[in-house]
Design a protein around this ligand. Structure first.
Ligand code: ATP
Ligand code: IP8
Length: 257
């Protein structure tokens, strides 16, 4: 399971959000060359995070009365998803996009998987399923379903051997903004280290701290879990092989559940 972070694959251009096509195609080429069976999940970055601030749903929930906002943002996310599969295909993969809203459902803002049969069946047919962070149905409206949650839930449900969370950072910085030293590995019992990590109040998906917390859930179930630098050539395959060139391994002290 590989998740390509929104900060990695998108940027804010002069005319609005853009996909970093060259980088994404290069990563796809490396993954295609390895010939692995893969599920690819991706974030929304410049397409998904600014609207949450602009329209004021940083808690990730929108009642039915705000369906117009959901429709507008989902339209832009559909453009992102199309560009992503275009780059993945240009890199030599056989990607097929599955909408998050058909695979996940939320209850009071908390998303969990529905029937993942289509993901399994695509894998069996040699296709790479691609799922982007997006809105899903909630009891009384809609909820943001972050790509970190999608990646972790799919990794758990499909029994993935590893989960690689690729982002635009060297790994998990020890002190973000005050140097580039990263944790080689980070354990969920390391309270001193974790309390220095940014909870990103202006990020609908909770930033690095939320990413790490979700990642620990996968680690707890024995899935080799990494936060790696997606800008570094060869790093995704390195991490999938258990030795990233640049990144942080997330470890659980509560392995087994
Ligand atoms: N301790 C930290 N270590 C690494 N990055 C950090 C840390 N604290 C904050 N950050 C910031 O978090 C960013 C990554 O978080 P972000 O939520 O953008 O992840 P992403 O997975 O790339 O995006 P998305 O959630 O859209 O998929 C980094 O680019 C960095 O700017
Ligand atoms: C903002 C929406 C709707 C999707 C979630 O964004 P992600 O955390 O970038 O996957």
């Amino acid at each position: 399971m590989v998740k390509l972070g929104g900060s990695l694959i998108t940027s804010e251009g002069p005319g609005g959000p853009d996909v970093n096509r060259a980088l994404l195609t290069a990563r796809a080429r490396e993954l295609a060359a390895s010939g692995r069976t893969l599920v690819l999940v991706h974030g929304t970055g410049a397409y998904g995070k600014p609207p949450a601030r602009r329209y004021g749903y940083l808690d990730g929930r929108l009642p039915s009365g705000r369906a117009g906002v959901v429709a507008e943002v989902a339209r832009d996310l559909a453009r992102l998803e199309l560009e992503v599969v275009d780059c993945l295909e240009a890199g030599g993969l056989k990607p097929l996009r599955l909408p998050a809203i058909q695979l996940f459902r939320a209850r009071a803002g908390c998303a969990s998987p529905l029937d993942l049969g289509p993901v399994r069946e695509l894998l069996a047919r040699g296709v790479t399923p691609v799922i982007g962070g997006n809105f899903v149905l909630d009891c009384d409206g809609f909820a943001v379903c972050s790509s970190d949650i999608i990646a972790v839930e799919l990794a758990l449900a499909l029994g993935a051997a590893s989960l690689v969370l690729a982002t635009r950072a060297h790994g998990v910085y020890r002190e973000h903004g005050r140097g580039e030293a990263i944790h080689g590995q980070l354990s969920e019992s390391d309270g001193d280290a974790l309390c220095k990590i940014d909870a990103a109040g202006q990020d609908v998906s909770g930033g690095m701290l939320a990413k790490i917390s979700h990642g620990f859930r996968a680690a707890r179930h024995g899935i080799a879990t990494y936060v790696v630098d997606g800008r570094v050539a060869g790093n995704l395959n390195g991490a999938l092989d258990g030795s990233p060139l640049q990144g942080t391994r997330l470890l659980s002290d509560r392995a087994g559940g």
